[in-house]
Design a protein around this ligand. Structure first.
Ligand code: BGC
Length: 744
């Protein structure tokens, strides 16, 4: 352990800033080596020459794993943990201490420019996958930097915008993935976001960085700024930021020293930040005991496994997929067949170790004739000649594999999209090809959700590969010919139209402010609350085999405890092996506050051989039933509905359970309504006594008629008391509060 007291103020001030773009300051004579932090998260992006955080300059070759938009669909924490371990090996070989990832923000709108880097619209799914990834990575002594904390759901004005979010929405939607990750995996670092939250920059937000993160959740690592997210270093340190990246030259350390000297920054705060940074780096170094070797081919094979396990078979009419190994020609159409879109743009951009071309992989996977035509241009320009060649190829083939998706230029970190449509030329190509040959398998490559209007009715099979990484091409070939199974289930809803999406009227805000008017209702929570037709629901994905889910039972250990164990029997009823995801949703139909119809509260992926069955047990803890109320996490007594779903819209079993937990007693104060007093177990007695004894002279009898009492429910008690005895309202309620205290 470095002795902080042996460091000078200047040394300490330097240690809380980067030395350059990617490394921290070394103070060799004090035994402090430098540490390297670099992107992340779908592969290592270690730059050799020019440094930037926009994905411009080159980096060392590294395995380009599928992006989070894909891996979110895997619903497979075990696989994510193996991917984390593989990333750690690549970091170790390149002497990287911290890999900047994973990104676990919520996908609030399909327009979000970084949706490809985020897992899901659901905090449980994002948190579980993030925690598994981190545990895999950190077990080998490489730190994670979970990002971007918090409420970083858009790129528009990302360095200034204030996300205006009420606390309940933060607690139930935007923070729980971070909370889960902190509690389950203690990431070495948490990266604070650029944006403001309710007016306060994330980097200067004491509530976020200290009260919630450390005091409530018990976070032990250090907080690093997103690159350039620090504005006032002394304010940021006081709020709980530890390390500012990248280097600010001499300016940052000078400002910190000046703030200590003039008393605006407590030196103990600086000491604490230095101690946290050094402790994390020391621990990571100490954890690097196991020898590692980077097996480039094995990592490529893992990337392929992840891609297949993340691919979502959205539709498969007539069992068009998998294709037989023998038969007529297969026309593989679209420019993505030879130039795959497999990763996103921006700071996560990596240079792959190799790249599987879909067309070549398909030709290799089958004995059938494979022909190719580009069909359309990626720049969106109409090209009739290109299309007519493709239509010819389609009409002569037995089956068509048409690769559609978003070109690189259409989505990226740094800006948001303004629509969710596939390029017109692609939809036209699909229509023309389908007219020539209706046996069309559409393969999608994209980082954020696209509308499938104009696709669903023309493609009996739709396979969503997302951005599938460097081995996506061969994973696709394996899935098409049934050598691998499409293991993915949607981690986000596919809406019909942008106008249907939760944030539509609030997005992306203006004047440096974006309001979260839809509150807790994002993703399926929104579509279910508004009873909206959607193209494909959260959790949806087909398999090549068939499954049956049977709710065996729900054990509630003691009705007075908010917990339950749900047992589900899953049977592979088909004739080939495959995997499925058991999804447990909970709803609270009668609650004191508005609540989503259902919320994902547990899930488990199961792989089963043909005919095999297993019983899985899924645990629900108190948070599975709780909402965030004025008194914090609140579980009401009464009935809860537990549902087993194949998706949020395909519920296969429903059962009610009753929790006999203590009633929620609201706090009464001078501002409480008449109705609050009436409902309060002790308050009601005080109220009764007051109304019986009468207040003042000549007042009104409150219960003289029922209608009047009904109208009063939402009237402040002070005003009601005034009504009974004019001028005495405040005094009366103060007396009632004293009496309440005495009786409680
Ligand atoms: C991004 C981070 C990234 C960092 C370093 C920032 O612009 O928001 O996600 O880790 O740059 O490249």
């Amino acid at each position: 352990m470095t002795d902080i007291s042996a460091l000078t103020l200047e040394e300490k001030a330097r240690l809380v800033f980067g030395a350059d773009f990617w490394t921290t300051v070394a103070i060799e004579d004090k035994g402090i080596p430098s540490a390297m932090l670099t992107d992340g998260p779908h592969g290592l992006r270690k730059q050799l020459g020019g440094s930037d955080h926009l994905g411009i300059n080159a980096s060392v070759p590294a395995t380009a794993f599928p992006t989070a938009a894909a891996t979110g669909s895997s619903w497979n924490p075990e696989l994510l943990s193996r991917m984390g371990a593989a990333l750690a090996v690549e970091c170790r070989v390149e002497d990287v201490d911290v890999l900047l990832g994973p990104g676990i923000n919520m996908k609030r709108s399909p327009l979000g420019g970084r949706n490809f880097e985020y897992f899901s619209e659901d905090p449980l799914l994002a948190g579980e996958l993030g925690a598994a990834w981190i545990n895999g990575l950190q077990a080998l002594g490489v730190g994670a930097s979970v990002k971007h904390y918090a409420a970083n759901s858009q790129e528009t004005d990302r360095m200034r915008v204030s996300a205006e979010v009420d606390e309940r929405t933060l607690r139930e939607i935007y923070l729980p993935a971070f909370e889960r990750v902190v509690k389950k995996s203690q990431p070495a670092t948490v990266m604070c976001s650029y944006n403001r939250i309710n007016g306060v920059r994330a980097s200067e937000n004491h509530w976020l960085l200290t009260e919630v993160l450390r005091d409530e959740w018990g976070y032990e690592g250090y907080v690093v700024s997103d690159w350039g997210a620090t504005w006032n270093p002394a304010v940021a340190l006081t709020a709980g930021l530890d390390l500012t990246m990248p280097s600010t030259g001499k300016a940052g350390p000078a400002a910190v020293m000046a703030a200590v000297e003039d008393g605006t920054l407590d030196e103990a705060v600086l000491d604490q930040a230095v101690a946290r940074i050094l402790a994390v780096h020391e621990r990571l170094r100490a954890d690097r005991t196991a020898e590692v070797a980077f097996d480039v081919d094995a990592h490529h094979v893992l990337a392929r496994e992840v891609a297949a396990d993340s691919a979502v078979l959205l539709a498969n009419e007539g069992g068009l997929l998998p294709l037989a190994n023998e038969g007529g020609a297969v026309a593989v159409l679209g420019p993505f067949a030879t130039a795959p879109r497999y990763q996103g743009a921006g700071s996560s951009h990596v240079v792959p170790t190799q790249l599987d071309e879909p067309l070549a992989a398909i030709a290799e996977a089958t004995g059938r004739d494979v022909v190719h035509a580009p069909a359309f241009r990626l720049d969106g320009e109409k090209d009739d000649e290109l299309l007519s060649v493709a239509v010819d190829a389609a009409s002569q083939a037995e089956v068509v594999v048409l690769m559609l998706g978003l070109p690189d230029a259409v989505e990226s970190e740094g800006w948001d999209r303004d629509h969710i449509l596939l390029p017109r030329v692609q939809l036209d190509a699909l229509a023309a090809v389908h007219a020539a040959n209706p046996n069309v398998v559409v393969v999608l490559s994209h980082g954020s959700v696209v509308s499938l209007e104009g696709v669903i009715d023309k493609a009996p099979a739709i396979l969503d590969m997302w951005l599938a990484g460097q081995a996506g091409g061969s994973a696709l070939a394996q899935i098409l010919f049934g050598q691998a199974e499409p293991g993915g289930r949607l981690a986000e809803t596919v809406p019909w139209k942008l106008e249907h999406t939760p944030a539509y009227v609030n997005w992306p805000g203006g004047d440096k402010v974006v309001r979260h008017g839809e509150r807790i209702y994002i993703g399926y929570r929104w579509y279910d609350a508004t009873d909206r037709e959607i193209a494909f629901p959260f959790g949806h994905g087909l398999s090549y085999t068939t499954f049956e889910h049977e709710l065996v039972g729900i054990d509630v250990p003691a009705a007075t405890q908010a917990a339950a164990t749900v047992r589900v029997k899953v049977t592979n009823t088909g004739d080939r092996s495959g995997s499925d995801v058991v999804q447990v949703y909970v709803g609270d139909p009668e609650a004191a506050v508005d609540r989503p119809v259902r919320e994902l509260r547990a899930f488990q992926k199961v792989a089963l051989a043909a005919g095999e069955s297993t019983v899985v047990e899924l645990e629900l803890d108190d948070r599975a039933f709780a909402y965030w109320g004025t008194a914090g996490w609140t579980v009401e007594p009464g009935e809860y509905v537990v549902e087993i779903g194949r998706s949020s819209r395909d519920i296969v079993a429903t059962r009610s359970i009753t929790l006999d937990v203590p009633p929620v007693v609201p706090t009464l104060d001078i501002d409480s309504n008449f109705g609050d007093w009436l409902e309060h177990p002790v308050g009601a007695k005080v109220l009764e006594r007051i109304t019986q004894s009468g207040v003042g002279d000549g007042g009104t009898d409150l219960f003289a008629d029922e209608d009047m009492a009904g109208m009063m429910l939402q009237m402040p008690m002070v005003k009601v008391a005034d009504f009974m005895a004019p001028g005495n309202g405040v005094q009366t309620v103060e007396g009632m509060l004293t009496e309440l205290d005495a009786l409680s």
